[in-house]
Design a protein around this ligand. Structure first.
Ligand code: FAD
Length: 545
């Protein structure tokens, strides 16, 4: 069997090597229009920041290795410019010598990736405006900074790549401003979770302009970035990171069916509308794991796994099924880490999926062991307890918590499963009740009716004349800030001072993170009060403010 693969990075290289492991007989030709194959897209921002210093480290696999070890015919600088489905033939342009030739196939795998969006704004082609997708893009930015001695940068877009670039440009010594059309960074997080990152970005000297669009650019002494509201800022360079669009032009010209955002439509075995052509990676639409709807998830994990599956399925094995993508993603932001999996609240609301939520801010490991820090966690779950999504932001231990939650979600787990999970514990790593267990406990408490909760976004609407709002923290904590209209009854005095609270009024209690409020709620409930505890406590409330 002769298999041609278009695109030699995440999806394409995975498909090629998997195919070879399954078949020593297959003839495999991998076409890559650029100079490099299998490079570390995800590491590119860290080269610009200087964390990765060695150019070679950006290249995960060389064409020579794929030839020697896998007998794959790797052709770099070779762009597939046309697919003739009737003849089962592709046309290839060799950018090294300008020649054009045809190559036949039995099966074809497309992994052409995505293109950074570059809207047709005035001045968009001015010198000093960059996007970051490839190794050459990275070198261009690096050299421009060095040659022009750039001192300032505007990053347009506060998604994953934008925030990573902002951090790395700052590390490189530049003065950095992020301009973002939305009111928050990292849209996969809900605003109150993203707010933790906003603070950390600002503390690290990044200027954030939210709710601001870019209307154009003008090259003068440096670059003028024209913003909505007739404002403008100047910078030595601009990095556009406003998202990517699936690179489906080849598939479209070949008449293959397309899906959301112009992506390539595939079935559960990654076959396109032509059974001899498979497609993977950023170029395709995937099924959202929970809703089954077609969506775009341009991430390396799915692209690699899809490549591996396509490498098997072209041989007719059909072992793996592309059963949906939950969008698990993680990001380093200076000293913090932010991660999410599944659906966020905005998406659940948009799809009208009923959900409940809980917030906690536990320590990442036992507080008596040095070096612990707080992590903020949000869990979204269905009324029957099924996990729908999770978001975690903190300094340490974020990655393992989100991966446990992502695994639980993938296996259809519930909040009751999280209560029961037996996770590893020793003081340097966790607590005997791991934060993931605590997330399960708090969620299950809500569902079992052990406690009623209210949320940070309901506080301001509470009619203070009709409810008792009680801050259960110590007076010194209250002095540092509390919620307007709250009376202070520290938890340890509650049993004695309970009579200060009229029984006929609902009581809304809160503390710093939700635990003492929960204890207060349990005391009051058992004394006949109608009581609710603020999920995530004052910390979630004030962070979201
Ligand atoms: P790509 O890896 O982009 O490969 C496509 C290749 O196809 C390209 O090299 C292109 O030149 C080639 N090609 C296109 N058309 C043709 C043609 N006609 N002929 C021949 N060759 C062609 N994801 C994460 O999960 N985590 C991260 O931390 C992360 N960080 C990222 C940071 C950056 C700066 C970038 C750019 C991406 C990051 N991603 C991350 C996303 C991840 O890199 C992509 O999801 C993944 O690479 C997609 O794989 P792919 O094979 O679909 O496309």
């Amino acid at each position: 069997m002769k298999v041609l693969i278009v695109g030699g990075v995440a999806g394409g290289a995975s498909a090629a090597t998997r195919l070879r492991r399954q078949s020593e007989d297959a003839q495999i030709i991998l076409f890559e229009k650029g100079e490099y194959i299998s490079y570390a897209n995800c590491g590119l921002p860290y080269y610009i920041g200087g964390t990765i210093r060695d150019r070679e480290r950006l290249i995960v696999t060389t064409p020579q290795l794929l030839r020697d070890r896998f007998r794959i015919d790797v052709r770099t600088m070779s762009e597939v410019v046309k697919i003739d489905r009737a003849k089962k033939m592709v046309t290839v342009k060799n950018h090294a010598d300008g020649t054009v030739y045809e190559e036949s196939y039995d099966k074809l795998i497309l992994s052409p990736g995505a293109q950074p969006k570059r809207p047709p704004l005035p001045g968009i082609d001015s010198e000093g405006i960059f996007t970051l997708r490839t190794v050459p893009d990275t070198y261009r930015i690096d050299e421009y900074i060095r040659e022009t001695k750039a001192e300032s940068a505007v990053v347009v877009g506060a998604g994953f790549i934008g925030v990573e670039m902002a951090e790395n440009l700052k590390k490189r010594g530049l003065d950095v401003t992020i301009v973002e059309y939305l009111d928050q960074a990292i849209a996969s997080l809900d605003p109150e979770m993203a707010a933790i990152l906003h603070r950390h970005l600002r503390e690290n000297g990044i200027r954030l302009l939210f709710g601001t669009g870019v209307q154009g650019f003008e090259k003068a002494e440096n670059l003028k970035v024209k913003l909505t509201g007739e404002k403008e800022i100047c910078a030595d360079l601009v990095v556009l990171s406003i998202g990517v669009a699936p690179d489906s032009s080849l598939a479209k010209d070949a008449g293959l069916e397309l899906s959301v955002g112009g992506s390539i439509q595939v079935n559960d075995t990654l076959q396109t509308s032509d059974p001899d052509i498979y497609a993977v990676g950023d170029a395709i639409s995937v099924r959202q794991f929970l809703t089954g709807e077609d969506t775009l998830v341009p991430l390396a994990g799915p692209a690699n796994r899809q490549g591996r599956l396509a490498g098997e399925n072209v041989l007719g094995r059909r072992v793996g099924i592309n059963d949906g993508v939950q969008g698990s993603a993680i990001l380093k932001v200076f000293d913090m880490t932010a991660a999410s999996t599944g659906m966020n609240e905005k998406q659940l609301k948009a799809k009208k999926i009923p959900y409940q939520r809980t917030y906690i801010h536990p320590a990442d490991h036992a507080t008596y062991y040095p070096g612990s820090s707080q992590i903020s966690m949000k869990l979204l779950f269905a009324p029957d307890g099924k996990i729908l999504g999770a978001q975690v932001v903190g300094f340490d231990g974020v990655d393992k918590r989100i991966d446990v939650l992502a695994t639980a979600l993938r296996f259809g787990g519930t909040v009751y499963d999280l209560e029961k999970l037996e996770l590893c514990y020793a003081p340097p790593y966790s607590s005997a009740k791991d934060p993931v267990n605590i997330l399960g406990f708090t969620a299950a408490n809500i569902l079992r009716g052990d406690v009623k909760v209210f949320y940070f976004d309901e506080v301001d609407a509470l009619d203070r004349s009709k409810v008792s709002l009680v801050d259960t923290r110590t007076p010194s904590e209250v002095q540092a800030g509390t919620i307007d209209g709250a009376i202070n009854i520290p938890l340890d005095q509650l049993r004695e001072r309970m009579q200060e609270l009229p029984k006929e009024k609902p009581v809304y209690v809160f503390c710093q993170v939700g635990l003492r409020g929960y204890l207060a709620a349990r005391i009051l409930m058992q004394n006949g009060y109608d009581v609710k505890n603020l999920s995530g406590g004052y910390k979630t409330y004030i962070t979201a403010k």
